[in-house]
Design a binder for this molecule. Structure first.
Ligand SMILES: Nc1ncnc2c1ncn2[C@@H]1O[C@H](COP(=O)(O)OP(=O)(O)O)[C@@H](O)[C@H]1O
Ligand SMILES: [Mg+2]
Length: 257
C-alpha cells in the first residue's frame, strides 16, 4: 500500500476537527449554491444536516470528498486540504466514505462481490483478506446468508445496507450519508437506520443529510439547518428542535414534524 505523502495531515491530531469547513462558496455557472458555509466536525461526532430541497445539502457533502470543486474557502479532512490540486482523490475517498440515496450496486455482481471490488481493485489488497472482511461486514449490516444474492434479489433496504458495507470495506474515518433512506419503502427504512445507529455508537464520525427527524434527534450530536446555501441555525438536538429561533427553521420544522 502506498504511504501517505507527508503533508499537513501528518500534523493532524484528534483534538482538532476531523472535518473542517471554512467559508465555502460553490457556484454552478452563475448560480451560487453554497454562500459561505462553515462547520466543524470532531472525531466520533454525528452531525445531521437538514433543510429544504435545493438548499445545498448534497452539494456540501459532495464537496467534502471532492466530487465537486469549490470556488472559495477551505475544507480539510484530518488536516488535509481537500481542494488542493495535488491531492490524491483516491486517498481522500478512502478516508471519506459516501452513501447516496441511489445505492448504485453493480447488478451483475453478488452482495459479497460488490463489497470486495474496491479493496481489491483500488487498494490492491489480497483477495482472501478482503473476503474475510467483506463477510464480517455483511454480518455487521445484518445480511448474513445474503452473501451470494444479486442486488435484484434484495429489497431496497438490503441493497442500501450492502452499499454501506461496500463503503465500510475501505475502512473510512468519516462516513457521509445523503438521504440514504429517502427512496426506501417505509418498512425497510428502519433496518438501514439501525445499521447507521450502530456505526455511530461504535464511534464512526458521521455526517448525514436526512429527513428522518426522529432519528436525527436520537443520534445527532449536532444539527445544522441549511436554507438557500447558508447555515441558518445549528445546535444540539435537545435545544434545536424546541428552541429554534429563526423563522425559516421554525417553518421547516413546522411542516415536517
Ligand atoms: N451538478 C450541478 N449542476 C448544476 N446545478 C446543480 C448541480 N448540482 C446541484 N445543483 C443545483 O444546486 C442547488 C442545490 O442542490 P443540492 O445540493 O442538490 O440541494 P439539496 O441536496 O439540499 O436538495 C439546486 O438548485 C440544484 O439544482
Ligand atoms: Mg440532496
Amino acid at each position: 500500500m502506498p504511504a501517505d505523502r507527508p503533508t499537513a495531515a501528518a500534523a493532524w491530531t484528534p483534538d482538532r476537527p476531523i472535518v473542517h469547513i471554512d467559508d465555502v462558496h460553490k457556484s454552478f455557472g452563475s448560480v451560487e449554491v453554497l454562500k459561505g458555509v462553515s462547520l466543524d466536525v470532531m472525531k466520533g461526532d454525528v452531525v445531521c444536516i437538514i433543510g429544504p430541497s435545493g438548499s445545498g445539502k448534497s452539494t456540501l457533502l459532495r464537496c467534502i470528498n471532492a466530487l465537486v470543486d469549490i470556488q472559495r474557502g477551505s475544507i480539510t479532512v484530518e488536516g488535509q486540504e481537500v481542494h488542493d490540486p495535488g491531492l490524491d482523490k483516491r486517498l481522500l475517498r478512502r478516508k471519506v466514505g459516501m452513501v447516496f440515496q441511489q445505492y448504485n450496486l453493480f447488478p451483475h455482481k453478488t452482495a459479497l462481490q460488490n463489497i470486495m471490488m474496491a479493496p481489491i481493485k483500488v487498494l490492491k489488497q489480497p483477495r482472501g483478506e478482503v473476503e474475510d472482511r467483506a463477510r464480517r461486514l455483511i454480518a455487521k449490516v445484518r445480511l448474513s446468508g445474503k452473501e451470494d444474492a444479486y442486488p435484484g434479489e434484495l429489497s431496497g433496504g438490503q441493497q442500501q445496507r450492502v452499499a454501506i458495507a461496500r463503503s465500510l470495506a475501505m475502512n473510512p474515518d468519516v462516513m457521509l450519508f445523503d438521504e440514504v433512506t429517502a427512496a426506501l419503502d417505509p418498512e425497510t427504512v428502519k433496518e438501514v437506520l439501525v445499521t447507521i445507529r450502530e456505526l455511530a455508537e461504535e464511534g464512526m464520525t458521521c455526517m448525514l443529510v436526512t429527513h428522518e427527524m426522529g432519528f436525527a434527534r436520537e443520534i445527532a450530536d449536532h444539527i445544522y439547518f441549511t436554507d438557500r446555501g447558508v447555515i441558518v441555525e445549528h445546535g444540539p438536538p435537545a435545544t434545536f428542535f424546541t428552541e429554534a429561533k429563526d423563522p425559516r427553521t421554525k417553518e421547516f420544522l413546522g411542516q415536517i414534524l
